[in-house]
Design a protein around this ligand. Structure first.
Ligand code: NAD
Ligand code: DAU
Length: 350
């Protein structure tokens, strides 16, 4: 059956993988990609589908409520998959307001436009893509489940928690057809190099210091980005209204361990003697409020919808490193201009 789906944030890291999956997998659908093209949005991520007949790009800002109202009036979308957001924790510490605007008010604007224009909601679905960071931080043991209480601890996670609450409020108040997922750390091609892995790949390549926050023993659960896109596809089509699904890789790594693995792979790919790039590691001042450990229990998604992650970390990290090395033009383009200034300021403080 043909559908018209609006994906927001489709020029970003995860969004671009999702757009490509949906455009290729569902030739009968029309996939609309609404993106403001902030520093994190890049149409180069989408060149493989830009001419596809079932793909349409719309440049626009979810903070612009009248524009959204008009957009929903013009196009009778069957569904929304909402990824547009400010996504970097460090930036949220320096500039929380843009996170409040886009992540909270922008999400409310979208909910409002969809609800106003979707009649009795029959056949409609609003899917909100969120993060495991809303659950706060874990000690040495335990996993976040869908029942874990919210305890966001950075401006970023507080803004995402707030948007999750608004989406759920629309379900309870208006019977609005929503579904939410909360996912762990993604990695893979096309991630903006402010995030740990692409930043360190780029720095190793250029023999630049690797700024490890605090003691480096913070733990994250890593998921191959295409596995996340697959999970979103399954949840969008088969998830139940009003439900939340956790998505994770069962793949916990302490930062320093994953950095050491990355150095091993990079030295090999760059033809350097094993361990050469270890000398680039520099322990720096910690991120304020740094969450110690995230780990996801994704059993519900496996039991109810049959989704499991596909890739082991060693394989995924190697593919990732190879991709960034083979796509240095992409890296040069996204790091040119204002980004370098931002990066230098960020680390001048540490
Ligand atoms: P990203 O920063 O790479 O991309 C965000 C995209 O949203 C960009 O294309 C940007 O241009 C667009 N955007 C930002 N503000 C906008 C606005 N006001 N109007 C329209 N478009 C706007 O982010 P990502 O890492 O791909 O994350 C996508 C979503 O997934 C976010 O909601 C994030 O919270 C969530 N998430 C990310 C991860 C992760 O590990 N990266 C994990 C779990 C959940
Ligand atoms: O858990 C899901 C979240 O994962 C997403 O919601 C966010 O959008 C995404 O950015 C990511 O958040 P993190 O803060 O975990 O990702 P980041 O890559 O910024 O940092 C990963 C870990 O590495 C974290 O413990 C901080 C540390 N770090 C990060 C950078 C950029 C360093 O030690 N040095 C660095 O330079």
């Amino acid at each position: 059956m043909s559908k018209r789906i609006l994906i927001t944030g489709g020029a970003g890291f995860i969004g671009s993988h999702l757009v490509k999956l949906m455009v290729n997998k569902y030739p009968d659908y029309t996939i609309f990609n609404l993106d403001a093209l902030t520093y994190a949005g890049n149409l180069e991520n989408l060149t493989s589908v830009e001419k596809a007949p079932n793909y349409k790009f719309i440049k626009g800002d979810i903070n612009d409520a009248p524009f959204l109202e008009e957009l929903f009036k013009t196009h009778d979308f069957d569904g929304v998959i909402h990824l547009a957001a400010e996504s970097h924790v460090d930036r949220s510490i320096k500039d929380p307001l843009s996170f409040i605007k886009t992540n909270i008010v922008g999400t409310l604007n979208l909910l409002h436009a969809a609800k106003n224009n979707w009649g009795d909601f029959a056949g409609k679905r609003f899917y909100h893509v969120s993060t495991d960071e809303v659950y706060g931080t874990l000690g040495e043991t335990g996993l976040f489940t869908e029942e874990t209480s919210y305890d966001p601890r950075s401006p970023y996670s507080a803004s995402k928690a707030s948007s999750d609450h608004l989406v759920r409020a629309y379900y309870h108040t208006f019977d609005f057809p929503i579904v939410i997922s909360n996912c762990s750390n993604n990695y893979g091609p096309y991630q903006f190099p402010e995030k740990l892995l692409p930043l360190f790949i780029n720095n190793i390549k250029q023999n630049k210091e690797l700024p490890v926050y605090g003691d480096g023993k913070y733990t994250r659960d890593w998921l191959w980005v295409e596995d996340h896109a697959r999970a979103i596809d399954v949840i969008y089509h088969e998830g139940k209204n009003g439900e939340t699904y956790n998505i994770g890789g069962h793949n916990e790594w302490k930062n320093i361990d994953i950095i050491n693995l990355l150095i091993k792979i990079m030295d090999e790919l760059l033809g350097r003697e094993a361990g050469t790039s270890n000398a680039l590691i520099k322990y720096v001042t910690d991120r304020p409020g740094h969450d110690r450990r995230y780990a996801i229990d994704a059993q519900k998604l496996q039991d109810e919808l049959g989704w499991v992650p596909s890739l082991q970390m060693e394989e995924g990290l190697r593919l990732t490193a190879e991709w960034y090395l083979a796509n240095s033009e992409w890296m040069d383009n996204v790091t040119s201009g204002s980004y370098q200034k931002y990066y230098d300021n960020q680390y001048a403080d540490r």
